[in-house]
Every structure is written in structure tokens, then in C-alpha cells.
Write a new protein. Sequence first.
Length: 159
Amino acid sequence: MTDAARQSIDALTARVGGEARVSHWHVVDQARIDAFASATDDHQFIHVDPVRALAETPFGGTIAHGFLSVSLLPAMLAEVLPDMEGRRRAVNYGFDRLRFVSPVRAGARVRGHFALTGIEERKPGEITATHAVTVEIEGAVRPALVAEWITRYYFDEGT
């Protein structure tokens, strides 16, 4: 592993237990919800039919798919993750815990809070990072989701 890659891993490790980093706001409008419905073939009316959702749900209109909120996490994390020299790739390893706490209404803005809770160096050049994640809904008391998210990072081997 290169010296730069080692320094990146050490810098990331030093952030464990530190303050959460917060992403920019992301708008979850009806166009985004509709595009996600098309991509996933999930056209349940609570997501794609504003008139029916207003009449038949307690949400006051359409809401985003929970998995749409999850799908925004990589973009949000990229906004707050420090540059890591020597990083070849990142791989989503999954979630140990994921809960959808509150619905995200069409037109809402959301942002991610990421607290690094653990780093495990599995072998030289490969680390597993765990983040406690909260997705905040602007103006709401309760978050959209909370999760424990695990990502694997692979660094240059060096010579």
C-alpha cells in the first residue's frame, strides 16, 4: 500500500466517534419520485397519484419510496467524505439496521447526517467503515430514516 493510502486510512480512522458530517439539501420532488417508480416498477398510488394520495392517505399527498431515500445516501456521503488518496473503489456492503421513521412528502428537502462509528482494516488496503446515518427532513421533528451503513474501501497496493 502506498504511503498516501496509509495516510488516508489513518485520517479516516481518526474520525471514528467524531461529530457527524452533514450533506447538502436534496429535493425529493414528484418528478424524482416518478422516475424512481419507473426504475423500480413500484407504482403504488401513495407514490405516483397525488389526487388519490391526498384523498386516501394521512400523508397529505404523495410520498417518496423508502428505498428512494436510501438511494440518495451515496450522493450525500460523497459530499461529506474526505478525499482519500489511493482509494481504488468503494463498495456498498449493506446495512446492519435500517428503519423508515417518517414519510418524505413530495417536494420535501432532505439531507444526510453521517457519523463514522467504526473502521476495521480487514487486510492491508481494505477497510470496512460503519456510519450511523440519519436522513433529516427539512422542518420535520422526526427523520425520514435511521440506519447503520457499512461500506468497504479498497486502496492502492503500492510497490
